[in-house]
Design a protein around this ligand. Structure first.
Ligand SMILES: Cc1cc2nc3c(=O)[nH]c(=O)nc-3n(C[C@H](O)[C@H](O)[C@H](O)COP(=O)(O)OP(=O)(O)OC[C@H]3O[C@@H](n4cnc5c(N)ncnc54)[C@H](O)[C@@H]3O)c2cc1C
Ligand code: SF4
Length: 511
């Protein structure tokens, strides 16, 4: 009996379910296919990271004596699609079965299900046990809830895994959530700890050359390229974060500083999502740092909440509501994505800086994604599909299961309030408080109307008034509409005219 075991680019874990009970006669297949590399214009660093990590993973399996079938992108026989490659492998190897772990994308799951009818061998689709909540568990939790708030899901997860829990069943420190302490603005001349630049192997150099040849026309710079590409390197990244960054992670989690893309963030999402790190081990490492007195509780709880709470919850939402979720657009946002998302000049410093970080690193941190590029897209009513495609393409950690609920739900409120209980809409005042961007901007965050007024300000009010029917009754927004109501009619008119002029400028590429 021999099995063909297919490993996808985000399944690079030795402990993945599709490699359990691996037999000596089995073949493990990995393939670089154009259909996946090109269905959105992925950032060249993202493609290079995944191909190089796949090739290193394959080399590690081969060194263990496993039969590996690795199909490179430029292999002349490469059919360019998963289905084509699976069919070719089945025809050539004549395995008794095809074994895969469920993918991270609904589209690919449907494709795998179709193989059950198209191939001449049985197809086994296994559960992805690397995640900490199963689909059934999420569905059972969601079943009796009117609102699916992450905070309550997170508490269940803390209890289930006993993380940051005391012997009496109470949360360590007495509170479940220390977010109040995690909103400090940046300090003057704040810089982040140095980051690791991993050495390039021959495999990596070959991949970089391939990506340069084939994908240079995609948005984003390929080099310098410093990503971790093996589990051993990803563990070095994790150690570095726990030792040098975690202690300040909480305090400055929401801060933004010009020229500092990383601050105290972990940079591990790409490694977690590709399988080089596992979520439980990461949470346990952070908890151990707290127990050893090496990091404060607000930082450790805040960090663990992102992984045990947000990451699992977001995945739960995706699978619970797909495929209908992907078609939602409750605010009817349809405006074309401005060219400045793809690097065209803009005078808004905050946007230009966030896009620069994205272009250079295939990374920007959560608050830049949510409160700068996401917030602008929300306020300006940018097309939800175009915005989602942008986020999916430009970040090296982006896969639909995690990108979609974050973009459509959290940033754009396009899911009608499943993920967010109120829109994450903010004016320039928030950005001014949490960053040093506005000092370097042509626009003035204190001005709402006039030539130099920060575009976020009028757009903020205009957004709320445009969607008044949806938000006036929202119990989490009691002061916003009462403030608007207190503005004189002339002021209200001037703000709305300013917003209309700003939207016109976006269309004309003049912002
Ligand atoms: C519009 C938008 C799109 C996003 N798209 C993605 C995406 O495609 N892939 C992705 O992994 N994250 C996405 N996020 C969540 C978050 O921004 C990134 O996980 C984070 O910025 C990655 O950087 P880091 O590893 O330094 O994270 P840290 O700030 O150090 O956080 C630690 C870890 O927590 C997890 N995490 C934190 N927040 C979230 C979240 N909201 N959802 C899921 N996991 C979370 C990540 O695994 C992250 O590595 C998105 C957020 C927004 C607002
Ligand atoms: S003034 Fe407005 S546009 Fe300029 S950086 Fe600040 S928030 Fe951004």
């Amino acid at each position: 009996m021999s099995a063909l075991r297919l490993i996808l680019a985000d399944q690079l874990s030795a402990s993945i379910s599709s490699l359990e009970s691996l037999g000596a006669e089995d073949t493990v297949m990995l393939c670089e296919v154009m259909e996946e590399a090109g269905y959105v214009p992925h950032h060249p660093k993202k493609i290079a990271f995944l191909f190089a990590a796949m090739r290193h993973f394959a080399a590690e399996l081969t060194a263990r004596g496993v039969h590996v079938r690795y199909i490179k992108l430029d292999d002349p026989a490469n059919t360019g699609s998963f289905s084509g490659e699976v069919q070719r492998a089945v025809a050539e190897l004549r395995p008794n079965s095809l074994i895969v772990t469920e993918p991270g994308e609904y589209r690919v799951l449907e494709m795998m299900k179709s193989w059950q009818y198209e191939l001449s061998v049985p197809v086994e689709i296994l559960t992805d046990t690397r995640f900490l909540a199963t689909h059934d568990q999420f569905a059972a939790w969601a079943a009796d809830k009117k609102q699916l708030r992450m905070e309550f899901f997170y508490r269940e997860m803390r209890r289930q895994y006993g993380i940051l829990m005391d012997a009496d069943g109470k949360p360590t420190g007495g509170e479940w959530n220390y977010d109040k302490e995690n909103r400090k603005p940046p300090k003057a001349s704040m810089t982040s700890p140095p980051r690791i630049a991993h050495k390039k192997s021959a495999i990596t150099r070959e991949v970089l050359s391939l990506v340069k040849d084939r994908f240079s026309h995609h948005f984003g710079t390929l080099e310098p390229f410093h990503y971790a590409l093996t589990r051993a390197e990803a563990l070095i990244e994790l150690d570095h974060f726990i030792t040098h960054c975690l202690p300040c992670f909480g305090d400055f989690q929401d801060a933004m500083v010009a020229g500092e893309p990383y601050l105290y963030h972990s940079l591990i999402s790409s490694y977690l999502n590709a399988g080089l790190l596992l979520p439980l081990e990461v949470c346990l490492r952070a908890e151990a740092a707290y127990r050893a007195g090496n990091a404060p509780l607000n930082a450790v709880e805040g960090f663990i909440r992102q992984i045990l709470g947000w990451r699992e919850y977001i995945r739960g939402v995706y699978w619970h509501f797909m495929p209908e979720y992907g078609e939602r657009n409750v605010l009817n946002a349809t405006r074309a994505l401005p060219d400045f998302y793809w690097g065209a000049p803009t005078q808004m410093f905050c946007i230009a800086e966030s896009v620069r970080h994205t272009r250079d690193h295939a990374y920007s941190h959560h608050i830049q994604r949510l409160m700068i590029t996401g917030n602008f897209a929300l306020l300006a009513g940018l097309d939800v599909k175009a915005v989602q495609e942008w986020y999916l393409a430009v970040y090296s950690d982006a896969y639909e299961w995690v990108e979609m609920p974050n973009t459509l739900g959290m940033a754009l409120f396009g899911d009608g309030g499943v993920v967010a209980s109120k829109p994450y809409a903010a004016s320039g005042k928030y950005i001014h408080r949490m960053s040093n961007y506005c000092k370097q901007c042509k626009y003035d965050p204190d001005e709402v109307t006039g030539e130099n007024a920060c575009p976020f300000n009028a757009l903020y009010w205009d957004f709320l008034v445009r969607h008044e029917d949806k938000f006036r009754g929202n119990q989490r927004m009691p002061y916003v509409f009462s403030t608007w109501d207190k503005f004189a009619p002339e002021k209200q008119q001037a703000i709305r005219a300013q917003a209309a002029a700003t939207l016109q400028k976006i269309a004309e590429g003049r912002l």
